[in-house]
Design a protein around this ligand. Structure first.
Ligand SMILES: Cc1c2[nH]c(c1CCC(=O)O)Cc1[nH]c(c(CCC(=O)O)c1C)Cc1[nH]c(c(CCC(=O)O)c1C)Cc1[nH]c(c(C)c1CCC(=O)O)C2
Length: 360
Protein backbone atom coordinates (compact mmCIF):
# COMPACT_ATOMS: atom_id res chain seq x y z
CA UNK A 1 0.00 0.00 0.00
CA UNK A 2 1.23 3.46 -0.80
CA UNK A 3 1.76 5.95 1.98
CA UNK A 4 0.52 9.52 1.59
CA UNK A 5 4.11 10.61 0.93
CA UNK A 6 4.39 7.96 -1.77
CA UNK A 7 1.18 9.14 -3.38
CA UNK A 8 2.41 12.72 -3.41
CA UNK A 9 5.74 11.54 -4.78
CA UNK A 10 4.12 9.76 -7.72
CA UNK A 11 2.20 12.91 -8.56
CA UNK A 12 5.31 15.00 -8.24
CA UNK A 13 7.10 12.84 -10.80
CA UNK A 14 4.51 13.41 -13.46
CA UNK A 15 5.65 16.66 -14.89
CA UNK A 16 6.55 19.57 -12.62
CA UNK A 17 10.26 19.48 -13.39
CA UNK A 18 10.30 22.94 -14.93
CA UNK A 19 9.36 24.44 -11.57
CA UNK A 20 11.89 22.38 -9.65
CA UNK A 21 13.75 24.42 -7.07
CA UNK A 22 16.11 21.78 -5.67
CA UNK A 23 19.51 22.19 -7.30
CA UNK A 24 20.22 18.46 -7.27
CA UNK A 25 16.98 17.58 -9.04
CA UNK A 26 17.62 20.30 -11.62
CA UNK A 27 21.02 18.80 -12.44
CA UNK A 28 19.40 15.36 -12.73
CA UNK A 29 16.82 16.83 -15.12
CA UNK A 30 19.71 17.90 -17.34
CA UNK A 31 20.23 21.53 -16.35
CA UNK A 32 23.73 23.02 -16.52
CA UNK A 33 24.23 25.25 -13.47
CA UNK A 34 26.88 27.88 -12.86
CA UNK A 35 27.48 26.51 -9.35
CA UNK A 36 26.78 22.77 -9.34
CA UNK A 37 24.86 21.09 -6.51
CA UNK A 38 27.14 19.31 -4.05
CA UNK A 39 27.03 16.46 -1.54
CA UNK A 40 29.62 13.92 -0.42
CA UNK A 41 29.53 10.15 -0.35
CA UNK A 42 29.63 9.01 3.32
CA UNK A 43 28.92 12.60 4.37
CA UNK A 44 27.40 11.21 7.58
CA UNK A 45 30.41 9.43 8.99
CA UNK A 46 33.22 9.10 11.47
CA UNK A 47 35.09 12.27 10.42
CA UNK A 48 32.28 14.22 12.18
CA UNK A 49 32.40 14.38 16.00
CA UNK A 50 28.60 14.62 16.17
CA UNK A 51 28.35 11.35 14.16
CA UNK A 52 30.72 9.60 16.57
CA UNK A 53 28.61 10.80 19.51
CA UNK A 54 25.33 9.53 18.01
CA UNK A 55 26.95 6.23 17.03
CA UNK A 56 28.15 5.80 20.61
CA UNK A 57 24.60 6.48 21.79
CA UNK A 58 23.28 3.79 19.41
CA UNK A 59 25.93 1.33 20.67
CA UNK A 60 27.07 -0.08 17.35
CA UNK A 61 26.81 0.61 13.64
CA UNK A 62 23.92 -1.74 12.83
CA UNK A 63 21.84 -0.47 15.75
CA UNK A 64 22.41 3.02 14.38
CA UNK A 65 21.12 1.89 10.96
CA UNK A 66 17.99 0.29 12.49
CA UNK A 67 17.12 3.03 15.01
CA UNK A 68 15.13 5.40 12.83
CA UNK A 69 15.38 8.57 14.89
CA UNK A 70 19.16 8.20 15.32
CA UNK A 71 19.68 7.26 11.65
CA UNK A 72 17.68 10.34 10.67
CA UNK A 73 19.72 12.44 13.11
CA UNK A 74 23.08 11.42 11.58
CA UNK A 75 21.68 11.98 8.07
CA UNK A 76 20.76 15.54 9.08
CA UNK A 77 24.06 16.37 10.82
CA UNK A 78 26.10 17.15 7.68
CA UNK A 79 23.14 19.09 6.23
CA UNK A 80 23.04 21.35 9.30
CA UNK A 81 26.80 21.77 9.36
CA UNK A 82 27.43 22.36 5.65
CA UNK A 83 24.11 22.96 3.85
CA UNK A 84 24.72 20.27 1.23
CA UNK A 85 22.23 20.15 -1.63
CA UNK A 86 21.35 16.52 -0.91
CA UNK A 87 21.00 14.23 2.06
CA UNK A 88 21.59 10.52 1.60
CA UNK A 89 19.61 8.13 3.75
CA UNK A 90 21.82 6.71 6.48
CA UNK A 91 21.82 2.93 6.08
CA UNK A 92 24.15 0.38 4.49
CA UNK A 93 24.18 -1.71 1.34
CA UNK A 94 24.48 -4.84 3.48
CA UNK A 95 21.06 -4.41 5.12
CA UNK A 96 19.56 -6.32 2.15
CA UNK A 97 21.49 -9.55 2.90
CA UNK A 98 20.56 -9.05 6.56
CA UNK A 99 16.88 -8.77 5.57
CA UNK A 100 17.17 -11.84 3.33
CA UNK A 101 18.29 -13.81 6.38
CA UNK A 102 22.10 -13.90 6.08
CA UNK A 103 23.81 -13.18 9.39
CA UNK A 104 25.55 -9.79 9.37
CA UNK A 105 27.81 -8.15 11.91
CA UNK A 106 30.53 -5.48 11.86
CA UNK A 107 33.95 -5.96 13.41
CA UNK A 108 35.20 -2.57 14.61
CA UNK A 109 38.24 -1.46 12.66
CA UNK A 110 37.88 -4.34 10.17
CA UNK A 111 34.51 -4.12 8.46
CA UNK A 112 31.55 -6.35 7.72
CA UNK A 113 31.23 -10.10 8.29
CA UNK A 114 28.39 -12.24 6.92
CA UNK A 115 27.39 -15.88 6.80
CA UNK A 116 28.38 -17.08 3.32
CA UNK A 117 25.96 -17.86 0.48
CA UNK A 118 27.67 -20.20 -1.99
CA UNK A 119 25.50 -23.31 -2.43
CA UNK A 120 21.95 -24.18 -3.50
CA UNK A 121 21.28 -25.10 0.15
CA UNK A 122 22.41 -21.61 1.26
CA UNK A 123 20.17 -20.07 -1.41
CA UNK A 124 17.22 -22.13 -0.17
CA UNK A 125 17.65 -20.60 3.29
CA UNK A 126 17.31 -17.03 2.00
CA UNK A 127 13.96 -15.28 2.14
CA UNK A 128 12.07 -14.29 -1.00
CA UNK A 129 12.49 -10.86 -2.56
CA UNK A 130 9.16 -9.66 -1.15
CA UNK A 131 9.79 -10.89 2.39
CA UNK A 132 12.29 -8.22 3.43
CA UNK A 133 10.03 -5.37 4.46
CA UNK A 134 9.34 -6.24 8.10
CA UNK A 135 13.07 -6.30 8.71
CA UNK A 136 13.67 -3.08 6.76
CA UNK A 137 10.70 -1.16 8.18
CA UNK A 138 12.98 1.01 10.38
CA UNK A 139 14.82 2.18 7.23
CA UNK A 140 11.53 3.25 5.63
CA UNK A 141 10.66 5.07 8.83
CA UNK A 142 14.02 6.91 8.66
CA UNK A 143 13.09 8.07 5.15
CA UNK A 144 9.68 9.29 6.37
CA UNK A 145 11.28 11.29 9.20
CA UNK A 146 13.78 12.80 6.78
CA UNK A 147 11.21 13.80 4.23
CA UNK A 148 9.44 15.76 6.99
CA UNK A 149 12.54 17.31 8.52
CA UNK A 150 14.87 18.20 5.66
CA UNK A 151 15.04 21.82 4.50
CA UNK A 152 12.90 22.31 1.41
CA UNK A 153 15.90 22.96 -0.84
CA UNK A 154 17.61 19.68 0.13
CA UNK A 155 16.95 16.60 -2.00
CA UNK A 156 16.67 13.18 -0.33
CA UNK A 157 18.62 10.33 -1.93
CA UNK A 158 17.70 6.71 -1.22
CA UNK A 159 20.10 3.95 -2.21
CA UNK A 160 20.95 0.30 -2.47
CA UNK A 161 24.01 -1.70 -3.38
CA UNK A 162 24.09 -3.14 -6.88
CA UNK A 163 23.52 -6.92 -7.01
CA UNK A 164 27.14 -7.69 -7.95
CA UNK A 165 28.69 -5.65 -5.13
CA UNK A 166 26.28 -7.05 -2.53
CA UNK A 167 26.84 -10.58 -3.89
CA UNK A 168 30.62 -10.20 -3.47
CA UNK A 169 30.12 -9.68 0.28
CA UNK A 170 27.53 -12.47 0.59
CA UNK A 171 29.71 -15.00 -1.23
CA UNK A 172 32.97 -14.17 0.58
CA UNK A 173 31.37 -13.39 3.94
CA UNK A 174 33.44 -10.19 4.10
CA UNK A 175 35.09 -7.53 1.97
CA UNK A 176 37.81 -8.84 -0.37
CA UNK A 177 40.52 -6.98 -2.30
CA UNK A 178 39.80 -8.65 -5.66
CA UNK A 179 36.33 -10.20 -5.17
CA UNK A 180 38.02 -13.56 -5.77
CA UNK A 181 35.38 -15.78 -4.11
CA UNK A 182 32.58 -14.24 -6.19
CA UNK A 183 34.54 -14.70 -9.43
CA UNK A 184 35.25 -18.28 -8.39
CA UNK A 185 31.57 -19.06 -7.77
CA UNK A 186 30.68 -17.44 -11.10
CA UNK A 187 33.16 -19.77 -12.83
CA UNK A 188 32.36 -22.96 -10.89
CA UNK A 189 28.62 -22.79 -10.20
CA UNK A 190 27.09 -20.20 -12.46
CA UNK A 191 23.55 -21.34 -11.69
CA UNK A 192 23.91 -20.58 -7.97
CA UNK A 193 25.71 -17.32 -8.70
CA UNK A 194 22.94 -16.24 -11.08
CA UNK A 195 20.22 -17.32 -8.65
CA UNK A 196 21.80 -15.06 -6.02
CA UNK A 197 22.09 -12.17 -8.51
CA UNK A 198 18.43 -12.66 -9.44
CA UNK A 199 17.28 -12.66 -5.80
CA UNK A 200 19.28 -9.51 -5.12
CA UNK A 201 17.99 -7.73 -8.23
CA UNK A 202 14.39 -8.45 -7.23
CA UNK A 203 14.90 -7.52 -3.57
CA UNK A 204 16.69 -4.30 -4.54
CA UNK A 205 13.74 -3.19 -6.68
CA UNK A 206 11.30 -3.87 -3.80
CA UNK A 207 13.58 -2.15 -1.27
CA UNK A 208 14.09 0.97 -3.40
CA UNK A 209 10.37 1.12 -4.18
CA UNK A 210 9.56 1.30 -0.45
CA UNK A 211 12.16 4.03 0.00
CA UNK A 212 10.52 6.07 -2.77
CA UNK A 213 7.04 5.49 -1.33
CA UNK A 214 8.39 6.76 2.01
CA UNK A 215 9.76 9.94 0.42
CA UNK A 216 13.11 9.35 -1.32
CA UNK A 217 13.30 11.65 -4.36
CA UNK A 218 16.28 10.09 -6.12
CA UNK A 219 17.79 6.61 -5.91
CA UNK A 220 21.44 5.72 -6.26
CA UNK A 221 22.80 2.25 -7.07
CA UNK A 222 26.27 1.66 -5.60
CA UNK A 223 28.32 -0.86 -7.58
CA UNK A 224 31.58 -0.36 -5.72
CA UNK A 225 33.21 -3.46 -7.22
CA UNK A 226 31.95 -3.08 -10.82
CA UNK A 227 35.56 -2.51 -11.90
CA UNK A 228 36.51 -6.12 -11.25
CA UNK A 229 34.04 -7.30 -13.91
CA UNK A 230 35.60 -7.28 -17.36
CA UNK A 231 34.17 -7.43 -20.88
CA UNK A 232 31.04 -9.54 -21.17
CA UNK A 233 30.93 -10.16 -17.40
CA UNK A 234 30.59 -6.41 -16.88
CA UNK A 235 27.70 -6.25 -19.35
CA UNK A 236 25.89 -9.21 -17.77
CA UNK A 237 26.45 -8.55 -14.08
CA UNK A 238 26.95 -4.78 -13.75
CA UNK A 239 25.21 -3.14 -16.70
CA UNK A 240 22.23 -5.50 -17.08
CA UNK A 241 21.14 -5.46 -13.39
CA UNK A 242 21.52 -1.65 -13.32
CA UNK A 243 19.37 -1.48 -16.47
CA UNK A 244 16.68 -3.75 -15.01
CA UNK A 245 16.55 -1.92 -11.69
CA UNK A 246 16.48 1.50 -13.37
CA UNK A 247 13.81 0.51 -15.90
CA UNK A 248 11.56 -1.11 -13.30
CA UNK A 249 11.91 1.85 -10.90
CA UNK A 250 11.03 4.27 -13.69
CA UNK A 251 8.08 2.11 -14.72
CA UNK A 252 6.77 2.19 -11.13
CA UNK A 253 7.64 5.84 -10.48
CA UNK A 254 7.59 7.79 -13.76
CA UNK A 255 10.26 10.49 -13.80
CA UNK A 256 12.15 9.17 -10.76
CA UNK A 257 15.83 10.15 -11.21
CA UNK A 258 18.39 7.36 -10.90
CA UNK A 259 22.14 7.75 -10.24
CA UNK A 260 24.33 4.77 -11.13
CA UNK A 261 27.82 4.30 -9.71
CA UNK A 262 29.70 1.55 -11.54
CA UNK A 263 32.93 2.35 -9.68
CA UNK A 264 36.16 1.86 -11.63
CA UNK A 265 34.29 0.92 -14.79
CA UNK A 266 36.95 2.78 -16.82
CA UNK A 267 36.08 2.71 -20.53
CA UNK A 268 32.83 0.97 -19.61
CA UNK A 269 31.59 4.30 -18.23
CA UNK A 270 31.07 5.32 -21.87
CA UNK A 271 27.45 4.69 -22.83
CA UNK A 272 26.49 3.36 -19.37
CA UNK A 273 23.78 5.99 -18.84
CA UNK A 274 22.22 5.39 -22.26
CA UNK A 275 22.32 1.61 -21.93
CA UNK A 276 20.76 1.55 -18.44
CA UNK A 277 18.50 4.59 -18.60
CA UNK A 278 20.20 6.16 -15.58
CA UNK A 279 19.92 9.96 -15.40
CA UNK A 280 23.39 10.39 -13.95
CA UNK A 281 26.57 8.37 -13.74
CA UNK A 282 28.88 8.85 -10.76
CA UNK A 283 32.55 8.90 -11.72
CA UNK A 284 35.26 7.58 -9.41
CA UNK A 285 38.51 9.49 -8.97
CA UNK A 286 40.56 7.27 -11.28
CA UNK A 287 38.73 9.04 -14.14
CA UNK A 288 40.31 12.20 -15.53
CA UNK A 289 37.69 14.95 -15.30
CA UNK A 290 38.32 16.21 -18.86
CA UNK A 291 37.98 12.66 -20.19
CA UNK A 292 34.76 12.25 -18.19
CA UNK A 293 33.35 15.49 -19.57
CA UNK A 294 34.12 14.51 -23.17
CA UNK A 295 33.08 10.87 -22.99
CA UNK A 296 30.44 10.51 -20.27
CA UNK A 297 28.94 13.94 -19.63
CA UNK A 298 28.29 14.17 -23.36
CA UNK A 299 25.31 11.83 -22.65
CA UNK A 300 23.97 13.64 -19.58
CA UNK A 301 24.55 14.45 -15.94
CA UNK A 302 27.68 13.21 -14.18
CA UNK A 303 28.59 13.19 -10.51
CA UNK A 304 32.06 13.39 -9.03
CA UNK A 305 34.90 13.04 -8.85
CA UNK A 306 37.46 14.58 -6.49
CA UNK A 307 40.00 12.39 -4.72
CA UNK A 308 38.78 11.85 -1.12
CA UNK A 309 42.41 12.10 0.02
CA UNK A 310 42.26 15.87 -0.51
CA UNK A 311 39.75 16.08 2.35
CA UNK A 312 42.55 14.81 4.57
CA UNK A 313 45.45 16.84 3.18
CA UNK A 314 43.58 20.08 2.32
CA UNK A 315 45.57 23.23 1.55
CA UNK A 316 45.83 25.03 -1.76
CA UNK A 317 45.72 21.71 -3.62
CA UNK A 318 42.17 21.15 -2.35
CA UNK A 319 41.07 24.60 -3.52
CA UNK A 320 42.77 24.22 -6.92
CA UNK A 321 41.34 20.75 -7.49
CA UNK A 322 37.80 21.82 -6.51
CA UNK A 323 37.99 24.62 -9.07
CA UNK A 324 39.56 22.40 -11.73
CA UNK A 325 36.81 19.78 -11.44
CA UNK A 326 34.07 22.38 -11.44
CA UNK A 327 35.57 23.95 -14.57
CA UNK A 328 36.08 20.62 -16.33
CA UNK A 329 32.37 19.76 -15.95
CA UNK A 330 31.03 23.30 -16.41
CA UNK A 331 29.77 22.57 -19.94
CA UNK A 332 26.95 20.26 -18.83
CA UNK A 333 24.90 18.99 -15.91
CA UNK A 334 27.14 18.13 -12.96
CA UNK A 335 26.79 17.16 -9.30
CA UNK A 336 29.98 17.89 -7.40
CA UNK A 337 31.09 14.99 -5.18
CA UNK A 338 34.09 12.88 -4.32
CA UNK A 339 35.10 9.84 -6.37
CA UNK A 340 34.51 7.61 -3.32
CA UNK A 341 33.47 8.04 0.30
CA UNK A 342 34.99 10.65 2.60
CA UNK A 343 37.33 8.85 5.02
CA UNK A 344 37.31 8.90 8.85
CA UNK A 345 40.62 10.83 8.92
CA UNK A 346 39.21 13.73 6.83
CA UNK A 347 39.33 17.17 8.48
CA UNK A 348 35.79 18.64 8.79
CA UNK A 349 37.32 22.10 8.15
CA UNK A 350 38.45 20.93 4.69
CA UNK A 351 34.81 20.38 3.70
CA UNK A 352 34.15 24.04 4.47
CA UNK A 353 37.20 25.07 2.42
CA UNK A 354 36.00 22.94 -0.51
CA UNK A 355 32.49 24.45 -0.34
CA UNK A 356 33.89 27.99 -0.32
CA UNK A 357 36.07 27.22 -3.34
CA UNK A 358 33.10 25.67 -5.15
CA UNK A 359 30.40 28.20 -4.34
CA UNK A 360 32.48 31.34 -3.87
C1 LIG B 1 30.75 -1.28 -0.06
C2 LIG B 1 29.76 -0.45 0.72
C3 LIG B 1 29.32 -0.70 2.06
N1 LIG B 1 28.42 0.31 2.37
C4 LIG B 1 28.27 1.15 1.31
C5 LIG B 1 29.06 0.67 0.26
C6 LIG B 1 29.11 1.26 -1.14
C7 LIG B 1 29.91 2.50 -1.21
C8 LIG B 1 31.38 2.34 -1.00
O1 LIG B 1 32.03 1.67 -1.82
O2 LIG B 1 31.86 2.89 0.00
C9 LIG B 1 27.37 2.30 1.18
C10 LIG B 1 27.10 3.14 2.36
N2 LIG B 1 27.52 2.96 3.66
C11 LIG B 1 27.05 3.96 4.44
C12 LIG B 1 26.24 4.81 3.63
C13 LIG B 1 25.42 5.93 4.22
C14 LIG B 1 25.19 7.11 3.47
C15 LIG B 1 26.39 8.02 3.22
O3 LIG B 1 26.65 8.89 4.08
O4 LIG B 1 27.00 7.95 2.13
C16 LIG B 1 26.30 4.32 2.33
C17 LIG B 1 25.69 4.86 1.06
C18 LIG B 1 27.30 4.15 5.86
C19 LIG B 1 28.44 3.46 6.48
N3 LIG B 1 28.79 2.15 6.33
C20 LIG B 1 29.85 1.85 7.16
C21 LIG B 1 30.20 3.02 7.88
C22 LIG B 1 31.27 3.11 8.94
C23 LIG B 1 30.76 2.35 10.14
C24 LIG B 1 31.05 2.96 11.49
O5 LIG B 1 30.48 4.01 11.85
O6 LIG B 1 31.80 2.31 12.20
C25 LIG B 1 29.32 4.04 7.46
C26 LIG B 1 29.24 5.45 7.97
C27 LIG B 1 30.47 0.50 7.32
C28 LIG B 1 30.73 -0.28 6.11
N4 LIG B 1 29.80 -0.61 5.16
C29 LIG B 1 30.40 -1.33 4.16
C30 LIG B 1 31.76 -1.52 4.50
C31 LIG B 1 32.78 -2.23 3.64
C32 LIG B 1 31.95 -0.89 5.73
C33 LIG B 1 33.20 -0.90 6.57
C34 LIG B 1 34.22 0.03 6.06
C35 LIG B 1 34.26 1.30 6.89
O7 LIG B 1 34.31 1.14 8.13
O8 LIG B 1 34.27 2.38 6.32
C36 LIG B 1 29.72 -1.81 2.96
Amino acid sequence: MLTQAGDDRRQQYTGIKMAETKKLLRALAGETQDVPPVWLMRQAGRYLPEYRATRAEAGDFLSLCYTSDLAAEVTLQPIRRYGFDAAILFADILLIPDALGADLWFVTGEGPRLSTTTTPADMAKLKGKDDIHDHLAPVYETVRILSRELPEETALIGFAGAPWTVATYMIAGRGTPDQGPAHKLMAEDRATFEALMERLTGATIEYLSKQVEAGAEVVKIFDSWAGSLKGEDFDRYALEPARRITQEMKARFPGLPVIAFPREAGEKYIGFAKATGADCVALDNSIDADWGAANVQADGCVQGNMNPGLMVTGGQALIDETRRIRAAFSGGPHIFNLGHGITPDADPENVTIMLEALRG
